[in-house]
Write a protein that binds this ligand. Structure first.
Ligand SMILES: [Zn+2]
Length: 283
């Protein structure tokens, strides 16, 4: 996590980025406005492909009067719906040309139009770590907010001028950025170090070569750790009181053990059996 970047401007998750796919760092929420455009694109396509429909003949008779659809411009006083269809034609024009939708009557679909309008964005490297099927869903959401640096930390609240105190709720020894809250904070550091000792793996990065079970367990444990730290921080903000780190460590272990035990449904290779048993999980 890059702490410095957080000082430059508050990170807000924009609606557009929420509509990116999960692989692209979003939540995969459908962008309704974009979907409507793609739906109207179906009518644009009918005209392009001269689909055998009464509506297409009627449009040609009333509005286009034989003019080529690619270069057609609607008169300013024409019906609003018609002007909207022509506007969508303009928005999708390069898509229709570049994707051969014009030459193939079945080439255009609402989904294809939507994907094209959304255009693709680079995939984020943390996609699987956050959205692994073993992760607890509410913890995945917190993990996603952490990766997007979108939690309402005190540094962000101060930048938005909602608060003038930007120091860490838990230790009050440094500004509360995402990097501080989940790794640099003395309290978090104690918790993370103990969890790493128990797990026998660093929570910083996943080793390049490791078994499926190790990857999945690492993801569950790391997200449980982040989730519980953030929950503890929120409780501390209200109660002005923080539990001893060892109590939090033991709770993280319990939450992770229950989840892993519940999800463990495939045989584990012998070399991982001793390790997983040492975590208190029955094979
Ligand atoms: Zn702190």
């Amino acid at each position: 996590m890059d702490g410095d970047a957080e000082y430059q401007r508050p990170h807000l998750v924009t609606w557009d980025s929420v509509c990116y796919s999960k692989k692209e760092g979003g939540l995969g929420v459908k962008n309704a406005g974009m979907w409507n455009v793609a739906t109207v694109g179906k009518l644009v396509n009918w005209i392009y492909t001269k689909a055998d429909r009464l509506w297409v003949l009627w449009i040609d008779h009333i509005y286009m009067k034989g003019v080529d659809w690619s270069s057609y411009i609607p008169p300013p006083d024409s019906n609003w719906n018609w002007r909207n269809i022509c506007k969508v034609k303009g928005m999708l024009a390069t898509g229709f040309q570049g994707n051969h939708w014009i030459s193939d009557a079945r080439g255009y679909s609402i989904n294809a139009g939507y994907q094209w309008l959304q255009s693709s964005h680079p995939h984020v490297p943390w996609y699987k770590d956050v959205w692994d099927s073993w992760n607890v869903p509410k913890q995945s959401v917190i993990g996603w907010l952490i990766q997007r640096k979108a939690l309402n930390t005190r540094v962000k609240m101060a930048q938005l001028r909602i608060s003038d105190n930007n120091s860490c709720v838990m230790c009050e020894l440094g500004p509360e950025t995402h990097a501080h809250t989940f790794s640099d904070c003395v309290y978090s550091n104690l918790v993370v170090t103990n969890i790493e000792l128990w797990l026998q793996m660093s929570l910083q990065t996943l080793p390049g070569r490791c078994s499926t079970i190790r990857r999945k367990v690492w993801r569950v444990v790391r997200l449980s750790c982040w989730y519980m730290l953030w929950t503890e921080r929120n409780k501390c903000r209200i109660d002005m009181n923080i539990r001893r780190p060892e109590l939090l460590v033991s709770e993280i272990q319990k939450v992770a053990q229950m989840r892993i035990q519940h999800k463990l449904n495939f045989p584990i290779q012998q070399s991982d059996v001793i390790w997983i048993t040492s975590l208190g999980i029955h094979v």
